[in-house]
Design a binder for this molecule. Structure first.
Ligand code: SF4
Length: 334
């Protein structure tokens, strides 16, 4: 049984905030807020397709600050989603939304519970108060802690979203953010390296030369570390990097965006593990045993891992070994 999200983008057109990185329209790829009837049509059109492909789905309201939109409109969307979950429990497993930490309180959680909300994701972005302030988020790390505790106390799955490379950010602050997410009991995490978009405050700072985000390589190295941390804590990272979007590509001034970012980061983790193991084993000719599904990440994009290891004096051949992540032996040991 496969699992997916049916995503409904709800842009927060009336948002009173102006976070430095945000151009909501570019990120969601749509400006118009969908009417409940349109959501109903979308779900009705998907139901048979999902069932026939043996896929179950959560209905996900993303794109803005869901709990900050007009209450009547929010309820109409929730009622529509809830009716599909109730009518087709074999297809729709629940409802999730993303929102700001300071848009969570008891009243709003009561409404979400009424409609069977199963997961709430908080755009925390950073747990460093100065980074939040510099990026005009308008909330504090304490708001994240408070909202996270309220969500967990109601038995709703807690998702936490972080960004890397914001204005004033440092890799060590991102690592501290990840540590705090783990301590808060996140059930899922999303990691978004900053993309600097035209028409945003970050875009102005970038053009003035006052800001540049982490480099691509710094981001890959950092995200590899973050993935390891969340993996060790048993927390799934359900997204790494923005979804591929031509609109974002067209408006991007700088920062880090790559449609295959996750694969590149996972490939870096394989590189680090292979290098450590080759150094431990000694020698310079190795056999790397792995499941066929890992081969592209073992060799790396454009054979990057192979080239880097060769530059360090290590050569290897790959042997298929179903079910194995990574097992290496030196050739003289065969
Ligand atoms: S990121 Fe969210 S809170 Fe910030 S300006 Fe954009 S819509 Fe508003």
């Amino acid at each position: 049984m496969k699992q997916t999200n049916i995503s409904v983008f709800v842009p927060h057109n009336g948002c009173p905030h102006r976070c430095t990185f945000c151009d909501q329209r570019s990120i969601s790829g749509t400006q118009a807020a969908p009417a409940a009837e349109e959501v109903r049509e979308l779900l009705a059109a998907q139901t048979d397709t999902l069932r026939s492909s043996n896929t179950r789905a959560e209905i996900a309201f993303f794109g803005g600050s869901f709990t900050g939109i007009d209450r009547g409109y929010m309820r109409s969307l929730l009622a529509t989603a809830h009716s599909f979950v109730a009518q087709y429990p074999d297809v729709y497993t629940g409802i999730r939304c993303s929102t700001r930490p300071d848009f969570i309180d008891d009243e709003i959680l009561g409404i979400l519970e009424e409609y069977g909300m199963t997961a709430v994701e908080l755009g925390a972005q950073s747990m460093d108060s100065r980074v939040l302030e510099l990026n005009e988020r308008g909330h504090t790390p304490e708001d994240v802690e408070r909202a996270a505790a309220m969500i967990k106390s109601r038995g709703i799955s807690l998702g936490l979203q972080m960004m890397t490379g914001l204005y004033g950010d440092r890799p060590e602050y991102c690592v501290e953010t990840a540590e705090k997410f783990i301590a808060l009991g996140a059930d899922t995490v999303r990691i978004y390296p900053t993309v600097i978009l035209e028409g945003t405050r970050l875009g102005e700072l970038y053009k003035n030369g006052e800001y540049t985000s982490f480099t691509f390589d710094e981001t890959v190295e950092l995200c590899a570390k973050l993935l390891r941390m969340f993996d060790s804590a048993g927390i799934p990272v359900i997204r790494l990097g923005l979804h591929a979007s031509t609109e974002v590509e067209n408006k991007m001034l700088g920062g880090v965006y790559h449609p295959a970012l996750r694969e590149i980061v996972e490939s870096r983790i394989f590189f680090e593990d292979m290098l450590a193991e080759m150094r431990r084993l000694g020698g310079n000719e190795f056999v790397v045993c792995t499941d066929p599904k890992n081969i592209s990440r073992i060799t790396g994009q454009k054979k990057e891992n192979r080239i880097r290891l060769e530059k360090l004096g290590y050569r290897f051949e790959i042997k298929n070994e179903k079910g194995t992540r990574l097992r290496i032996y030196a050739l003289q040991d065969t």
